[in-house]
Design a protein around this ligand. Structure first.
Ligand SMILES: [Zn+2]
Length: 251
């Protein structure tokens, strides 16, 4: 049995174990979510000290302890430090939200390698993103996550009557069905998605992420889109996200 292995991974979360150890939640390209202990990583002189911080992209070397059924990190190599994320509160909150979505969806289940690529691409863009772009990138990441897990609403046709959604009057998010619906099918509790936001979705969701975030969206539409996206993601994950509660007013 092979006890040592290596994989590319993003550090999603750290917690302190005892005085000096870190328990890390890693998202790996080949194996999805992994919990592993970085012994001594809180020590000033530890080789693992900086590479074990959240949102670092690393190559990690693991040893599996068969007795405790636990992964231990023997080494970590930095592939990209992504320091720009930890340098901005807004970027850090966005990355924390994305990490929580990965964890709560169990790494996207069978689609974890696609979700891994989306996370890495998004973090690399986030690393340098100005304030306004962070909000757009956040919506794009969350909607693309929904697509990967097979839960993104159709943005072209009403989810109830299948008529074409009108780019001049916008659409509605049904809170009961979690689909986009037309004005005739919308119940009074549906969230309105302004025309600008609907056209933005129709135009950007099929294009590569880097090109999609170059398309702008005016403030009110962006705000409505953000709220609709948060609603959909939390409905799909069947939970309220802690990062949204703690990030109120920042994201
Ligand atoms: Zn309809």
């Amino acid at each position: 049995m092979i006890r040592s292995s290596t994989t590319e991974a993003v550090v999603l979360r750290k917690t302190r174990v005892g005085e000096i150890h870190k328990a890390l939640t890693l998202f790996s390209r080949e194996r999805g979510l992994i919990s592993a202990i970085a012994h001594g990583a809180f020590k000033i002189k530890s080789r693992l000290r900086t590479t074990s911080e959240p949102f670092h992209l690393v190559r990690v070397y693991l040893y599996h302890d068969p007795v405790r059924d636990q992964y231990k990190i023997t080494d970590m190599e930095s592939l990209s430090a992504l320091d720009g994320i930890r340098a901005s509160v807004q970027r850090y909150y966005a990355a924390s939200l994305w990490a929580e979505v990965v964890i709560r969806s169990y790494g996207g289940g069978e689609n974890s390698s696609r979700l891994f690529q989306l996370l890495v691409d998004s973090l690399c863009l986030l690393n340098q993103a100005p304030k306004r772009l962070v909000t757009l990138l956040n919506c794009q990441y969350l909607l693309r996550f929904l697509e990967i897990v097979g839960q993104r609403p159709d943005v072209e046709r009403c989810g109830l009557c299948a008529s074409e959604l009108d780019g001049l009057s916008g659409g509605y998010v049904s809170q009961e069905e979690q689909v986009l619906v037309c004005g005739r099918c919308a119940s009074p509790t549906a969230l309105h998605l302004p025309a600008g936001a609907l056209r933005y979705l129709q135009r950007t969701l099929k294009t590569p992420l880097e090109a999609a975030v170059r398309v702008g969206l005016e403030g009110q539409s962006l705000e409505a889109l953000t709220q609709a996206t948060y609603f959909l993601v939390q409905a799909v994950l069947e939970t309220n996200l802690n990062s949204l509660r703690s990030g109120v007013g920042i994201l």
